[in-house]
Design a binder for this molecule. Structure first.
Ligand code: ADP
Ligand code: MG
Length: 818
């Protein structure tokens, strides 16, 4: 920024209409040369003219044309960061981090000036000029400063990407709606805000033809990417085993077809790993490249003495019998050899039924995995050229569809599938299904083959399937998942009639109604207005039910537990069911038994025990933290069947939530302390009430065997429950510690469907608590003395005194303060 120079060239004149300055950026030559090859650079002047002259602009361009990395730089050079900041939102966390780093590098600026802010972390400073963030972060900022007054321009990137699998991802939709109102407001104040919506060339009409959103259709600048022709090859037949097909296709390409990288699209992390493993087995790297890769890793890990590192690597491999003694010039390593990069998360899972033999006389394949949870330095590998003599092969989820552009890809293998999280609109039951992608996605995928030259796309399905079965576009996520958090946030922003909000694609009425009624049940809304409790809930960056649990745990000795529980419940698959390491069946069985015994011990006795699987989670986290202080976390996780990454994520979330509460609720006096003593019996009881308070709409009652109809198999109903909002029975899942107790009433976190409907995150509750927390679900014969918990905003506490009758039983609760 010190090198602020007002230039006197043509460009400055053109731009002089608005910001009269041109901020010079000094880039290194190599970077500048690479930039000049990007199609968007030729459009800089046109883009900036349109931006200067219009409040809202849409930039549409193929993936890889340079939108994300270049547009923020254009804005910076045109002076948009002189007085205020430039905001860029990304739907994916990894994109926010990696793009901020890339742009900083290209501009020769530090991370103090080009920074990022995501849910868990950030490096924003007071010197920040360009700020990459997730759309959720910007939405939070709208709530504290509706006019977004610290920004001169907001760039909403990947606006087409409205279907994502990450946590709370309908933000882009609300942001666009809100910004369509903020822009004119800022204009009225004489402090204009620019809005730039960037998108692949998909569904543009959602933005341009929606008169409720923008009264005057905003101008669209199209960036023509240099796209080479891609020949599409359909399969004659559509086979079920698309992974096997993909493998065979990759083998064919590598053995028969000319030079050029391969990009394979599959549906999830596991498929990526399994295919990478097979391809590495089939086309192993030569010895030299293994060492090369190993040394690159050592260098990456800050190991200065690479020579020594290589020798160590060699020794290590020999000792582990991974590398047999071979001549350095030997062409390939025998088939049972593992790939050299032994720490890139490609663990050995049970693929033993698949025979893969090493294919000799073929080029070694530089096979890399790519998925969004892969650590970002490992993702960066796909941007580097493969070692000499190797062909690049990236196996990816749909991350590579629009977010990241991999150089040098000539062959795309498209399985045509994507993993979709399906939600039942009423119950919120989630299930993952592998489904056909859309025509638009398939075309995006094919396009990846034509970035550097003419390419080929192999579609592993027939043209008939494509034409008849594929939808044109994927359904935006806002139309698929519960919108509770969105609804509450909008109510807090005083959007009175959410139904009338200018969504680019409106969620359907049923969803909005369901959200509203769930929020009423939680006590966050009353007669359509947000309650003080609702506001307390909305302060937490979580689904309202979890927000409520935190709001009610507003008591020093309970918050750490609830924070831990909420963190653990937000992370998928903490407790493993099946050992992943390849062992014999007998060993696997023993391991599972050992895990089950430990979990029963963790569940404890008395009220602790009734906390069920959630007690197991609390103890697991506490014990893991202890193991961590001893430097034995990974081993501990392995021995006790905890997913290591999940434990790390839980810790991050706990820290984040603790800080959040500290900042928002000054009297909470929470301290960031990873240590977690097991709760006492009383605390365990209160925690059960807290869980009920958040999950009161997800109650299930044990089905007694007398209720089972004649002719039905009674044994089937041993672990069966009747949920309050479902007809089908739901079951305690296999690993649940509550199977020993079979409590009369439980609340559950989630129901998922495999062969049956199973409950996850189950806690036993006492029936007399129901009228306190979920009066709307009870049939009360006597009026309650104090039917609502009273929330006292000054102390942040919730008090209630309740007595009455519930069915034939009389009950009374002491005054509770939770
Ligand atoms: P778009 O947003 O239009 O899809 P990008 O700005 O993301 O395009 O990418 C432009 C170019 O920059 C691509 O060729 C991509 O490969 C390259 N690129 C992006 N990130 C990196 C990185 N971290 N390292 C090297 N090249 C990168
Ligand atoms: Mg981009």
């Amino acid at each position: 920024i010190e090198t602020l120079i007002v230039k006197d060239d043509a460009k400055t004149e053109k731009l002089a209409s608005k910001p009269a300055v041109y901020v010079d950026v000094i880039r290194n030559e190599e970077i500048q040369a690479a930039r000049l090859k990007l199609p968007i650079l030729a459009e800089e002047q046109q883009i900036m003219e349109v931006v200067n002259d219009n409040p809202v602009v849409i930039i549409a361009g193929e993936t890889g044309s340079g939108k994300t990395t270049q547009v923020p730089q254009f804005l910076f050079e045109a002076g948009y960061a002189l007085k205020k900041q430039i905001a860029v939102t990304e739907p994916r966390r990894v994109a926010a981090i990696s793009m901020s780093q890339r742009v900083a590098l290209e501009m020769n600026l530090s991370s103090r000036e080009v920074s990022y802010l995501i849910r868990f972390e950030g490096n924003v400073t007071e010197d920040t000029k360009i700020k990459f963030m997730t759309d959720g972060v910007l939405l939070k900022e709208v709530q504290s400063d509706f006019l977004l007054s610290k920004y001169s321009v907001v760039v909403l990137d990947e606006a087409h990407e409205r279907q994502r699998l990450v946590f709370r991802s309908v933000y882009t939709d609300i942001l666009i709606g809100l910004l369509s109102r903020i822009v004119p407001l800022r204009h009225k104040r004489g402090d204009p805000l620019k809005l730039i919506v960037m998108s692949a060339t998909l569904r543009l009409e959602d933005f341009t033809l929606n008169r409720r959103l923008f009264r005057n259709p905003p101008p669209v600048v199209k960036v023509d990417a240099r796209q080479f022709p891609v020949t599409i090859h359909f399969n004659k037949r559509t086979n079920d085993d698309y992974l096997k097909d993909a493998f065979n296709k990759a083998v064919k390409i590598n053995t028969k077809l000319p030079e050029g990288g391969i990009l394979i699209f599959v549906t999830g992390q596991q498929e990526v790993n399994s295919l990478v493993r097979k391809l590495r087995k089939a086309f192993p790297l030569r010895h030299k490249e293994q060492i090369l890769e190993r040394s690159a890793e050592l260098r990456e890990n800050g190991d200065e003495d690479v020579e020594e590192g290589m020798r160590t690597a060699l020794r290590k491999k020999r000792k582990l019998k991974i590398l047999p003694e071979i001549n350095l010039d030997d062409y390939s390593v025998p088939g049972d050899t593992e790939h050299a990069s032994d720490d890139d998360d490609i663990t050995d899972e049970d693929d033993s039924n698949v025979e893969v033999t090493t294919i000799t006389n073929a080029q070694p394949l530089w096979t890399l995995p790519l998925y969004s949870l892969l650590p970002s330095h490992k993702q960066q590998k796909v941007f580097q050229p493969p070692p000499p003599g190797c062909r690049l092969c990236v196996v990816s989820t749909n991350v590579a569809e629009t977010s990241l552009t991999i150089p040098g890809v000539k062959y795309v293998v498209d399985t045509g599938k994507a993993k979709v999280k399906l939600y039942d609109k009423v119950t919120g039951v989630t299930s993952y299904v592998v489904h056909w992608t859309s025509k638009a996605s398939a075309d995006q995928r094919a396009g990846r083959a034509g970035r550097t030259g003419p390419g080929h796309c192999y579609r592993l399905y027939s043209s008939a399937v494509f034409n008849d079965t594929f939808q044109d576009y994927s359904v935006p996520e806002i139309q698929q998942k519960p919108v509770d958090d969105l609804y509450l946030q909008m109510k807090c922003m005083n959007v009175d009639k959410v139904v009338n909000f200018p969504f680019p694609t409106a969620p359907d009425l049923l969803q909005l109604k369901t959200a509203e009624s769930r929020l009423e049940t939680l006590g966050a809304l009353k007669a359509g207005k947000v309650t003080p409790l609702g506001r307390a809930i909305a302060r937490f960056p979580l689904l309202p039910r979890y927000g409520k649990m935190l709001a009610l745990s507003h008591q020093q000795d309970l918050l750490p537990y609830t924070i831990c529980l909420v963190a653990a419940l937000s992370v998928q698959e903490v407790l493993l069911e099946v050992p992943v390491l390849q062992t014999s069946l007998e060993e696997k069985k023993q391991t599972r038994q050992r895990w089950a015994t430990t979990r029963l011990q963790w569940a404890g006795q008395g009220n602790s025990q009734l906390l069920g699987d959630n007690m197991v989670l609390l103890k697991a986290v506490g014990a893991a933290e202890y193991a961590n202080t001893q430097g034995k976390l990974e081993r501990f996780c392995e021995e006790n069947g905890l997913r290591h990454k999940a434990v790390v994520e839980i810790r991050k979330l706990r820290l984040q939530l603790t800080n959040e509460i500290k900042n928002n609720v000054p009297d909470a006096e929470v301290v960031v302390d990873p240590k977690l003593e097991p709760p006492t019996d009383l605390q365990a009881k209160l925690l059960r009430q807290v869980l009920l308070s958040g999950m009161g709409d997800q109650i299930a009652r044990k089905i007694s065997l007398d209720e089972v109809k004649e002719g039905e198999d009674k044994a089937r109903f041993k672990y069966a429950y009747q949920a309050n909002n479902m007809e089908e029975p739901v079951f305690l899942h296999q690993g649940s510690v509550l199977k020993k107790l079979l409590p009369q009433f439980v609340v559950y976190q989630e129901v998922y469907e495999t062969n049956k409907m199973y409950m996850r995150g189950v806690t036993a509750i006492e029936p007399e608590w129901l009228p306190v927390y979920v009066p709307s679900l009870c049939n009360l014969s006597e009026p309650l003395l104090s039917p609502e918990p009273r929330y006292d905003p000054s102390t942040g506490k919730v008090l209630c005194t309740v007595s009455g009758t519930f069915g034939p039983q009389a009950w009374e609760l002491p005054q509770m303060e939770i």
